[in-house]
Ligand binder design. Structure first.
Ligand code: DGL
Length: 272
């Protein structure tokens, strides 16, 4: 990447999520930007954010982002749809570095994919109730129709490792059936856990529904940002991944590691 990159360019990209689901964004970043070092911080002591108020999610997000700045992060990636939906403006006005969330990149990709201009969005209750996806989609195309649905049971099923299971299939269809009846042609997976269900959702919805994965699109937005700001690590820099959590890891870390084929090394624990 950047040939005349400043020395600061080898500083890590700071990535945070309410828990471990944001590793889907890390996996996409590692694939796209192998020269970049990443410091990932998952707030497992306080996960889930998806049912909490905007004020609480903002406070948590500011605290976690401050810890990433303490790790010398050159930019901050909010690898959590709930935190992006509720706290992105607060983070942008407060942090001294650039901040990338998952909502706008996902909305852009959905607008590029839809043919009928009718897009479905699924996420946590907090994400859906915030209306952040509708706003982003309508800013990009005022004519777009959006059908949004909170799917609060999907996060616990994924954390339980029930990625391919008849019960999970049944629940996915309970949630998504009305969106299909409503006529969406594109579905935004608006939660960082949901890429782990991508195969199951694709199988159940069939080829006619395009899926938009917030992890992949967020990684592309970070790549553009590093180029634009001349912040990319030099070619040949061996990017390292460090993973830290605010509470010791549980079984979900193994589920995510296996599903994403991600080598997370030794996980550190950081007290809040
Ligand atoms: N990471 C959250 C998101 O992407 C899902 C888990 C939670 O509720 O904290 O919305």
């Amino acid at each position: 990447m950047a040939e005349n990159a400043p020395a600061s360019a080898t500083r890590p990209i700071g990535v945070f999520d309410s828990g471990i689901g944001g590793l889907t964004v890390v996996s996409a970043l590692r694939g796209l930007l192998p020269n970049e070092s990443i410091f990932y911080l998952g707030d497992t002591a306080r996960v889930p954010y998806g049912g909490k108020s905007a004020a609480t999610v903002q406070r948590y997000s500011l605290e976690i982002a401050a810890m990433l700045l303490g790790e010398n992060a050159k930019t901050v990636v909010v690898a959590c749809n709930t935190a992006s939906a509720l706290a992105l403006p607060r983070l942008e006005e407060t942090l001294p570095v650039t901040v990338t969330g998952v909502i706008l990149p996902g909305a852009r990709a959905a607008i590029a994919k839809t043919r009928s201009a009718h897009i479905g969005v699924i996420g946590t209750r907090a994400t859906i109730d915030s209306g952040a996806y509708e706003r982003a989609l309508r800013t990009l195309n005022p004519e777009v129709r959006v059908t949004a649905r909170a799917c609060p049971l999907l996060v616990p099923l994924i954390e339980e490792g029930w990625i391919e299971s008849p019960i999970t299939d049944e629940i996915i269809m309970q949630y998504l059936g009305p969106l299909l009846t409503d006529g969406i042609d594109t579905l935004v997976l608006g939660c960082t856990h949901y890429p782990l269900l991508r195969n199951a959702i694709a199988r159940l919805l069939g080829e006619k529904i395009a899926l938009v994965d917030s992890a992949q699109n967020c990684a592309l937005a970070v790549k553009d940002l590093l180029l634009r700001e001349n912040l990319g690590a030099p070619e040949g820099n061996a990017g390292k991944l460090q993973v830290a959590l605010t509470d010791p890891p549980d079984a979900f870390l193994r589920v995510a590691r296996e599903a994403l084929q991600l080598d997370v090394g030794e996980v550190q624990v950081r007290a809040l």
